[in-house]
Design a binder for this molecule. Structure first.
Ligand code: SAH
Length: 236
């Protein structure tokens, strides 16, 4: 888990949205919220909408401008519903999340969100190396601030917590020839058992092959399976 993600809200107007963002931040396993000049103090409504994520609100960092909020962050993602200022920097939430999940977890990442009525300025977006646009109805593309925080934090959370299948280069994958011999041995044994009927094979061997291919067997596992077949043949 990347514990260094900072969620930054620039000039938020509605305490309720700040509370909803705090809730989303905590739900998705993040801790740090930064507020750049919120227009109103955190009210009862902010705490009500935070629904228990009071610690996120209480510990929110306060800054006078976005540059100060991002000063110690190495990678900043600014989210905007508007057309991209730089198409090369553009990501959707999922690809941004995938990028974040591949970073050194010690890097400090910022996810930046704009004002409810006007979003982020171009100057503010230029402080971010990457931009995130949530794909949606082009005729109605502006999400509620709390919803945008929820959606982007969710994608980052999933990308950070879903284990990717490691490519284990040391694993003793069985060579294909061993597998071919195993499949022949299996076919022979199943025929002897009359489970495989030569006059009606019904794709049995290809179906079983698919199961074994999915299992990505090691050489010793293939030997084990062949040992079982030999034991079965001895019994017959
Ligand atoms: N009219 C504003 C929308 C403000 S909504 C604009 O032009 O961006 C408040 C914030 O929620 C936005 O600044 C942005 O950070 C986020 N947001 C809302 N809809 C979004 C979308 N479709 N893609 C990315 N971020 C979005």
């Amino acid at each position: 888990m990347n514990h260094f993600t900072r969620i930054v809200l620039v000039n938020p107007s509605h305490p309720g949205n700040i509370g909803a963002a705090a809730r989303a931040i905590k739900n998705m396993g993040f801790h740090e919220m930064a507020l750049v000049k919120p227009r109103r103090a955190l009210s009862h409504e902010a705490y009500a909408r935070a629904a228990g994520a009071d610690d996120i609100l209480d510990n929110a960092l306060l800054f006078d401008d976005l540059a100060a909020a991002l000063a110690d962050c190495q990678l900043c993602f600014g989210s905007s519903a508007r057309a991209p200022v730089d198409p090369h920097a553009q990501h959707d939430p999922r690809s941004a999340a995938s990028l974040i999940s591949q970073l050194d977890p010690n890097l400090k990442v910022a996810l930046v969100f704009g004002r409810e009525h006007a979003g982020l300025t171009n100057d503010e977006l230029r402080l971010c190396q990457y931009h995130i646009q949530i794909p949606c109805n082009p005729e109605f593309s502006s999400l509620n601030l709390g919803a945008a925080v929820q959606l982007i934090c969710y994608e980052v959370h999933v990308a950070l917590t879903t284990p990717t299948t490691p490519i284990n280069i040391d694993f003793d994958y069985a060579p294909q020839a061993d597998l071919t011999r195993y499949y022949q041995h299996l076919e022979e044994t199943l025929s002897q058992l009359n489970f495989l009927k030569q006059d009606n094979p019904r794709q049995l061997i290809p179906k079983l092959q698919r199961i074994y291919q999915r299992a990505q067997l090691s050489t010793s596992e293939v030997h084990l399976l062949r040992g079982i077949l030999t034991a079965v043949q001895k019994k017959i």
